[in-house]
Design a protein around this ligand. Structure first.
Ligand code: OAD
Length: 239
């Protein structure tokens, strides 16, 4: 039987989508190897050159449209299936692959690349057109659309971050997978979990600033070990 107090939260980053063929941000071949984030992922960059920013997001949308979930996404969906509302997935990813894998309780800290928001009327909708016939895409009201993702210098969606904070604080195990853990406030969630008594586990081929607080670590690609991690979590949650 499931221990009723046992809760799990997982926070994922770009590394969990790497095996689906989506580039990470940092490291070899990452988006930020050849471009600075402040030139592409800030409101100032969009104001200065919206076409340049849209071309970057358009290329990522086209790339994501051709990618499928990998065993890391599928393993986390299996964990949710087993734990139901005792599991929450917190992601910094905007690619939508967790939902495609079957996860339902997803807190998207940095928005979603498949959503667009009008700069004039503020309406936000899902739009899976990739590529758009013309850039920048426009809203029915005549205003320019922007990707509904969180850029550097912008606040995270308040309710989503608050929920993520609560889930981190309530978790028995907090799994961190595929993130360099250098972007706040997302990275801080693991510390919040640890300070409330959670065991922090990490899946990442590389060491991160969170590694020192982790009780368990898998130095391997997430797609190769997620099933083992999920099985271990499920073995811990029995009464
Ligand atoms: P990063 O690109 O910073 O980090 C990716 C991490 O994934 C690194 O620590 C890699 O070692 C690891 N990794 C690579 N391949 C992996 C694999 N197969 N399995 C597991 N881990 C693997 O990506 P994030 O941490 O997600 O924000 O970046 C955080 C935020 O910074 C992003 O949401 C984005 C970015 O700038 C905004 O755009 C606002």
């Amino acid at each position: 039987m499931l221990d009723p107090d046992f809760r799990v939260a997982a926070m994922t980053g770009a590394g969990v989508s790497a095996e689906s063929g989506i580039a990470t941000f940092r490291g070899l071949g990452g988006h930020w190897e050849n471009a600075r984030p402040e030139e592409l992922a800030t409101p100032q960059a969009f104001a200065a050159d919206h076409l340049k920013v849209w071309r970057f997001y358009e290329a990522r949308r086209v790339q994501c449209a051709n990618c499928s979930p990998n065993p890391a996404h599928l393993g986390l969906a299996r964990l949710e299936e087993a734990l139901c509302d005792r599991f929450t997935l917190i992601t910094q990813n905007v690619d939508g692959l967790h939902a495609m894998a079957g996860s339902r309780r997803i807190l998207e800290l940095h928005g979603n690349i498949w959503r667009v928001r009008c700069l004039e009327c503020g309406e936000e909708v899902e739009d899976r057109t990739a590529p758009f016939p013309e850039l920048p895409p426009m809203c029915g009201c005549g205003g320019m659309l922007r990707p509904a993702v969180v850029w550097f210098g912008e606040s995270l969606p308040g309710e989503i971050f608050e929920s993520a904070f609560q889930e981190a604080a309530a978790s028995s195990i907090f799994l961190v997978a595929g993130t360099s853990a250098v972007v706040e406030p997302a990275a801080g969630l693991a510390r919040i979990a640890a300070s409330h008594g959670a065991k922090v586990w990490e899946v990442n081929p590389e060491e991160t600033p969170l590694s020192y607080i982790c009780e368990k670590t898998w130095r391997a690609p997430a797609g190769e070990v997620m099933d083992e991690v999920v099985d271990l979590i499920l073995s811990k949650c029995q009464d």
